[in-house]
Design a protein around this ligand. Structure first.
Ligand SMILES: [Zn+2]
Ligand SMILES: [Zn+2]
Length: 318
């Protein structure tokens, strides 16, 4: 199974400013030396400069692709990252890829659906788009964001064969070669997590926009079960713990530390920090990643959990 992150930012798309890019270049020049070729310089960026100075986590909102099952596309959410995926899939379709798109929506907040009006394959009459959601109002939300008052192209102008599929939380489904299960999550207007298992038994959890309260034991037991021995857990870690238990309690998101605790209990193998706070700079996200790795080492009481930090363009092979 291959997991490809097209959008990893929460709430609102962001882009680095001129000042941010300048800061990165100044940092690079200060620590640079003379290189004889591009590959030497590339090694220096990768090994010595650090991710925040040499790259960026990106600013597109949630969209994650799974390459699994029998060749249909599988996508979690339709954030602004969907635009780039759509263009890339047109290229792959030209090389003979099957034009079936299975979407799985966590919920209907703007940051998770705003990419759909810019999804070019929706205009392809030979494409099939199946939008799976546990929310009965998914179609209403998608049609509403393309009403004339908000967008120039109405939903009815789309030419693909578009179907809405309502999922029942707690049931297990076989969809194009992948087993799919859902879990209800604590969030404004409710959100749903997904557990995907391929024929080889590889398991990925997509659990975003989910608030876990450290003192809610029943919620904890549900998610320990849902994350059980997963190969990868993509988890909403929008806030630091200090933020999430003080001023941002009840905002519907979770912290990196709570996610690590749940993954430890569930004996998951890898955690991807996800749904990054839009006001965080790359340095802030990198610091949170480093703190998460340290916290994981300090609290480990069983097999190690690898903690990675999702960024736009990251690919993880399981
Ligand atoms: Zn969100
Ligand atoms: Zn949300």
């Amino acid at each position: 199974m291959l997991v490809r992150f097209w959008g990893t930012r929460g709430s609102l798309p962001v882009a680095p400013t001129a000042g941010t890019i300048r800061q990165k270049i100044v940092a690079a020049l200060l620590s640079a030396r003379t290189f004889t070729n591009a590959s030497e310089a590339g090694d220096f960026v990768d090994r010595e400069l650090g991710f925040a100075a040499g790259a960026t986590y990106g600013g597109a909102t949630p969209c994650v692709e799974l390459e699994a099952g029998d060749g249909a596309y599988i996508l979690c959410d339709m954030g602004s990252g969907l635009r780039a995926f759509g263009l890339d899939s047109m290229r792959r379709n030209g090389e003979g890829h099957r034009k079936t798109y299975n979407f799985f929506l966590s919920h209907l907040h703007w940051d998770h659906i705003m990419g759909f009006p810019f999804f070019v394959p929706a205009f392809d009459p030979t494409a099939t788009i199946r939008i799976h959601a546990a929310h009965p109002d998914a179609e209403t939300a998608l049609r509403r964001q393309q009403e004339e008052i908000s967008f120039p192209v109405p939903f009815d102008w789309l030419r693909a064969n578009i179907e809405f599929v309502q999922l029942n939380p707690g049931e297990s489904y076989e969809i194009d070669g992948v087993r799919v299960e859902t879990a209800r999550q604590q969030h404004s207007h409710v959100s749903y997590g997904y557990r995907f298992t391929d024929v080889d038994g590889r398991t990925v959890i997509y659990s975003t926009d989910s608030e876990h309260k450290p003192d809610n034991m029943e919620d904890e037991a549900t998610f320990i079960q849902f994350f059980h021995e997963a190969d990868l857990v993509i988890c909403d870690t929008m806030y630091s713990l200090a933020d999430s238990v003080s001023m941002k309690e009840d905002w519907g998101h979770s912290s990196n530390l709570v996610a690590i605790d749940l993954c430890h209990e569930a004996k998951a193998k890898c955690l991807a920090l996800f749904h990054h706070e839009p006001t965080y700079e790359d340095e802030d996200i990198q610091r949170m990643h480093e703190e998460s790795i340290r916290y994981e080492e300090l609290t480990r009481n069983g097999p190690p959990l690898t903690v990675i930090c999702a960024y736009d363009g990251l690919e993880v092979r399981l």
